[in-house]
Design a protein around this ligand. Sequence first.
Ligand code: F3S
Length: 391
Amino acid sequence: MLNGEYGEAVAKAMKVIVKVGESLGAEELVEIKHAHASGISYYTIGDAGLRFIEDLYRLGGRVRVFSTINPVGLDLSLKYELGLSREFVEKQMRIVECLLKMGFRVSMTCTPYLIRKPGVNEHLAWGESSAVGMANSYYGAMTNREGGPIALAAALTGRIYKWGMHLEEYRIPTHLVLIDNDVSLNENLNSGLIGYIIGENIGNGIPYIKVACKPSFEAVKYLTAAAGASGSIPLVYIENVTPNHKYASIDNVVDKIRIGKKDLLRMLKDRSFSKPDLVFIGCPHATLNELIEISIKLRKYGRVCTEAFISTSRIVYDEALKLRIIDELERIGVKVLRDTCPVVCPAFKKYKFIATNSLKAFFYLKRMYGLEVEVYSENELVDILCRESLK
Ligand code: F3S
């Protein structure tokens, strides 16, 4: 591959992987089963990124393994409806078309594990920190948080450097996390807050969480996404969840953290409960369960009185469409977006104050765009959405 026997694009991709791998001290490559490329919104990569992807395609780049892509800067079915400029839509579509011609699946989601379920101990090369957190923590797979170009290069070569999360010695827990009995991990807001606190406290360590009962899939999704945002944690061992947690020794942890209700309340104490410009749910992309639950919660109120968006994947959207959940949410006034989210789509710049249930959205919308963002539980968001109609 490096010598160009598989074409120029593969040689270029392999050169990048070898260079980065050598600089990290990796000794060999490992074959991967699934690549997931992030960093493909024109909003975040601009003309340089567009050129890079088009060049790889022109040079003959084609994926060698199952490959998916992260959310992009628009909903492919609503190109101009969000008020995006012609230039933005055209350039974003050039990126998407190029990637699809290279063999990437029509995925555009940060929940690629709902498209192809990773196996235990399976090697992957995934970009997108929240997906990496789920792959390692929920499925017991092995992937680092790869940057967008590296994951793209891994898709074209089917290989990644064997380093970091691909090696057992990097997956040993460094911190023990004890959750007080007064905190339910099954409340998505709580699990996000816990993940956020863990990320802030241990940076890029490997936490091992002792839990009294098994958290839901969605709770793990919110927890790992938050831990990957406030810290850069690729793997969270959760008792009764992480497939290989029994083999993770906690004998050598360097520190212990205890998280109780008072810690969560401290993070929530400054919330204003005032009316936001926008309510946003679906970071990471909402699951079918979440869409069903929110539609049930909203059903009795007739119509929402605040703008509301839920981001989800195309695959979940189609399932929800069959079950008439999308119709129901749109009838209530909630817009369901595919392929994108407010962090990677510039149409959301116009909002000043956003309420969300996601600590990851809280982190990025505040830091990247300086928006005012507050976090609430789903029940609180329903109350905020319907407040006027409750009067
Ligand atoms: Fe996904 Fe966008 Fe959140 S890509 S994880 S919904 S920031």
